[in-house]
Design a protein around this ligand. Structure first.
Ligand SMILES: Nc1ncnc2c1ncn2[C@@H]1O[C@H](COP(=O)(O)OP(=O)(O)O)[C@@H](O)[C@H]1O
Ligand SMILES: [Mg+2]
Length: 247
């Protein structure tokens, strides 16, 4: 489904993705791990078509995603329907005056009839148990509520893939637990999950495959999540656990 070959990306002079090779199949649950600044968010943005490779190729469902194709509004919209992106900071994702319109925004953009839009919004409100928020202003919600609304906005487009950038950040333990279980359910229902996270306690619950970045912006391991968590030396080396940590 996702095929990334010899991809490099630089924002200015400095490289942010360094020769990335990666294939992800439909239905997988994959975690991206790595220290701050290693390139996780950049790779997620690339998968979502927010940026395109400086060098190398990115294919989604066998179609190459290039800057030129992304300039075609229809193509970009279609891609964003198939790959839903939950931003690290929900505030950048929420801009409507009430939650209902926020969730309806994507489907309306797709030109879906208003009665179908209404059905989708109601389904998403129910799925995330946020029905009582529908008339509220997203801006005034708590961090956990905002995250739920952001997820509802993406799910209302019924994407094939869900890309989540540090979704546990800023959530209290109970909301984190809720999210882990929610994501597990989505994956069991067939959605492909790609999640970047720092959370080594929960990562094995939201992924069975881990992709590890190091400070050179390269992938240094691609292995079952449980195996990676056992490899404390490797986690120390890439600066994901304290150098003095002992099991
Ligand atoms: N908008 C940007 N402009 C310039 N440099 C950026 C920008 N976003 C990220 N970078 C740089 O790219 C590298 C990778 O960043 P990022 O993908 O955000 O890492 P991570 O998500 O793993 O913390 C870092 O060196 C970071 O400073
Ligand atoms: Mg990041």
């Amino acid at each position: 489904m996702i095929e990334i070959k010899e991809v490099y990306y630089s924002y200015s002079e400095e490289v942010a993705l360094n020769n990335i090779n990666l294939a992800i199949n439909k239905g997988e649950a994959v975690a991206l791990l790595g220290p701050n600044g290693s390139g996780k968010s950049t790779l997620l943005k690339l998968m979502n078509g927010i940026i395109s490779p400086s060098r190398g190729t990115y294919k989604f469902n066998n179609e190459e995603i290039t800057e030129k194709r992304l300039r075609d509004n229809r193509f970009a919209k279609e891609l964003h329907q198939k790959i839903g992106f939950i931003f690290q900071n929900s505030d950048t994702q929420l801009f409507c005056s009430n939650v209902y319109d926020e969730i309806a925004f994507g489907p309306r953009q797709m030109g879906i009839s208003e009665s179908e839009v209404e059905k989708r919004v109601e389904d998403c409100l129910e799925l995330l148990s946020i029905d009582k928020l529908k008339d509220k202003t997203p801006y005034h919600l708590s961090g956990g509520e905002k995250r739920k609304v952001a997820i509802a906005c993406v799910l209302s487009l019924n994407p094939e893939v869900l890309v989540l950038d540090e979704p546990m950040n800023g959530l209290d333990p109970r909301t984190q637990r809720w999210l882990v279980e929610f994501l597990t359910r989505l994956n069991k229902a067939g959605k492909t999950l790609i999640t970047s996270t720092h959370n080594l306690e929960l990562v094995h619950e939201i992924s069975n495959r881990a992709i590890l970045f190091d400070e050179t912006h390269s992938i240094v391991a691609d292995m079952p999540t449980n195996k990676l968590l056992e490899d404390v030396e490797l986690l120390k080396k890439v600066n994901l656990v304290d150098p003095f940590y002992k099991r």
